[in-house]
Design a protein around this ligand. Structure first.
Ligand code: GDP
Length: 297
């Protein structure tokens, strides 16, 4: 993850740390390169600009007067600014799941990793939090997706709502709620249908489901490799549906990391979890420190 950005930044800072002292011009030159690195990582322009300005304001005065280890000083300032930009929630992994049965709505575009993430999160809730979880697929147009959730459920030992042919998503959501109450489940997860792109029909359907389920958490699952598209998708879903957080998937790929850096700054919504592979345990709580560390290398 973040390979390009990481390498680029270390190149810039290697040069800085080798110099005895740091002039204002050095800081400027280095940050110009950081800016290019951020844009190449598909960080949105305003976010990159704000980020550079923060670092520049902090680095300049300091680095010129204190010349002990100027390069390291800049690295520290960049690190802290990265953590700042990445930080969204105090405890990203803490889901609001009191008052059982607590509904969690999973939304996102097709192929983003929604069904996989629903199962990963269910497994985590079961194993780490000792919760009884019921999962339901609402993807009535894609029977294969409904089957897929059932298969994953069997694999991880989490119940899925039995599939009833011909039922619409709102009816399934209502049945999931009833079943979750009667069955004594702590949480029920609604895996909504995705589309290849955002369209009115999809949004209207998700909205209708949201209105009957009244979810405690609405998590948007997006492919972290898609950079600014992921951020735009999040913005669209938040405007229309209202989301409580983002799960960035495929962060195990050699993606450019721009989505993580822009997400909070652009949408105001925190990244809650990160998907790191296809396996059922490849889900981690989002940790800004760790990601900032990886970016800097
Ligand atoms: P959905 O259409 O949004 O429900 O997407 P799926 O959950 O079916 O996922 C689509 C594909 O992406 C599947 O092959 C998943 O195994 C894969 N996938 C999901 N999350 C990750 C991840 O974090 N990393 C990787 N490498 N693959 C993932």
């Amino acid at each position: 993850m973040f390979e390009n950005l990481s390498e680029r930044l270390s190149g810039v800072f290697d040069r800085l740390t080798k110099q005895g002292s740091l002039s204002e011009e050095d800081v400027k030159t280095a940050l110009r390169e950081v800016r290019v690195a951020l844009l190449e990582a598909d960080v949105s322009l305003p976010v990159a600009r704000d980020f550079i300005k923060t670092v520049q304001d902090q680095a300049t005065g300091q680095a010129v007067t204190k010349s002990v280890t100027p390069g390291q000083q800049v690295v520290k300032i960049v690190h802290d600014a990265l953590v700042d930009t990445l930080t969204g929630a105090e405890d990203p992994g803490a889901l609001k799941i009191d008052n059982p049965p607590a509904p969690i709505l999973m939304v996102g575009l097709q192929g983003g990793g929604k069904t996989t993430t629903t199962a990963k999160l269910a497994k985590r809730l079961k194993e780490s939090d000792g919760k009884r979880v019921l999962m339901a697929s609402l993807d009535v147009n894609r029977p294969a997706a409904m089957e897929q959730l059932a298969i994953l459920g069997t694999q991880i030992g989490v119940d899925t709502l039995p599939i009833v042919k011909g039922e619409d998503p709102v009816a399934i959501a209502k049945r999931a709620k009833t079943q979750a109450s009667l069955g004594g489940y702590d949480v029920y997860m609604l895996d909504t249908a995705g589309r290849l792109s955002i369209d009115e029909e999809l949004m209207a359907q998700v909205e209708a489901v949201r209105d009957v389920a009244n979810p405690r958490e609405t998590l948007l699952v997006v492919d972290g490799l898609t950079g600014q598209d992921a951020v735009n998708t999040a913005q669209n879903f938040d405007d229309r549906i209202g989301i409580s957080g983002v799960v960035l998937t495929r962060m195990d790929g050699d993606g450019r990391g721009g989505a993580a850096l822009s997400m909070r700054a652009v949408t105001g919504k925190p990244i809650r979890f990160v998907g790191l592979g296809e396996k059922m345990d490849a889900l981690e709580t989002f940790e800004p420190e760790r990601i900032a560390g990886r970016i800097l290398g």
